[in-house]
Design a protein around this ligand. Structure first.
Ligand SMILES: Cc1ncc(COP(=O)(O)O)c(C=O)c1O
Length: 308
């Protein structure tokens, strides 16, 4: 099936549902916990990937291009989604993947090849260099920054909160680059909500997340950062739930995921949702949220990364 325009993809993706979770710790601490299921947006264009990519892709299309390049790891959700969308739209997709020829193809890379993406393997050093400067691309091709870190990605995430009819005291979300977190902070500002956004750092980069938030939001509203108290109240980066670092896990995290999935029928993975869900329950149990708090936990998807 081919779609002629990015906007035609909207027909595949509706609003995501929000539902309560009756967790005994939430009941004991007298807080309410609801989950926003962005993981259910679409089987392959799930979670924050669509939120982050939508406006980037529209902007690329607007410039008359049908060709993109993007960098990431061998299990990257971003690369997977870009490849799939490229297939649907008939766009050219080039992936710069950190990896070596002797490594077996991951399920993610096999999908990408099937969908017509081309894969360019780069070693650690070259990958680091790509972070500093994008490669030289064909003239009409566009570079999508690592992790979708871009102000246009913030715009799509703002829309994610705008489709929620209720308000909450806290929003909890897994944070890597902090782009999605920035979107939720910005959305609460547009909607004049008193909601605090908690970003659970999934790797040990909390300083970098703060830096990114500043970069992404500083230009949005000149002077906002001068209201230091307002800025501090709007969000917090939560540390201590990295479980060893990016894509690392422990038996404690694995055990939590297994139990949570069995009890609530919500699939989780170890890189993002497992950590943000663990953190949320742990913070509830530790009395972080005052009684009566309404918490919205965002499930950002990424379940394709579970496959080995
Ligand atoms: C499933 C999933 N959740 C959360 C994140 C973290 O998002 P961000 O980089 O916007 O902080 C990512 C990475 O993009 C992701 O793939």
């Amino acid at each position: 099936m081919q779609f002629r325009k990015v906007s035609h993809l909207y027909s595949l993706l509706g609003n995501s549902l929000v539902h309560p979770v009756l967790h005994p710790s939430a009941e004991k601490m007298k807080v309410s916990l609801e989950i926003k299921r962005d993981d259910l947006l679409h089987p392959l264009i799930s979670g924050n990937k669509w939120r982050k990519l939508k406006h980037l892709l529209l902007a690329i299309e607007e410039q008359g291009s049908r060709s993109v390049a993007v960098m990431g790891g061998r299990y990257s959700n971003l690369l997977h989604t870009v490849s799939y969308i490229g297939y649907l739209l008939g766009w050219k997709v080039k992936l710069y993947v950190r990896g070596y020829p002797e490594q077996p193809l991951t399920p993610m890379l096999k999908d990408a090849l099937r969908w017509g993406a081309t894969i360019h393997l780069v070693d650690r050093q070259a990958f680091r260099e790509l972070r500093e400067a994008p490669p030289k691309l064909e003239e009409e091709s566009f570079w999508i920054p690592e992790g979708g870190f871009d102000r246009l990605a913030v715009k799509g995430t703002i829309e994610s909160l705008m489709e929620v009819p209720k308000s909450y005291d806290y929003i909890v979300i897994a944070s890597a680059t902090g782009t999605s977190m920035a979107g939720y902070i910005q959305a609460t500002r547009y909607m004049k909500l008193q909601t605090k956004v908690l970003g659970v750092a999934v790797l040990k980069n909390d300083d970098e997340i703060e830096q990114h938030l500043n970069q992404l939001l500083a230009q949005e509203e000149a002077g906002y950062h001068l209201l230091e108290k307002h800025w501090q109240d709007s969000h917090r980066v939560i540390k201590g739930y990295e479980f060893g670092g990016y894509a690392k896990s422990t038996s404690e995290l694995d055990g939590f995921i297994e139990k949570f999935e069995a009890q609530y029928h919500i699939p989780l993975e170890r890189v993002y949702s497992g950590k943000s869900f663990f953190a949320t329950i742990d913070l509830i149990e530790g009395g972080y949220f005052e009684a009566g708090s309404r918490i919205l936990l965002i499930h950002c998807g990424g379940l394709q990364g579970l496959r080995q």
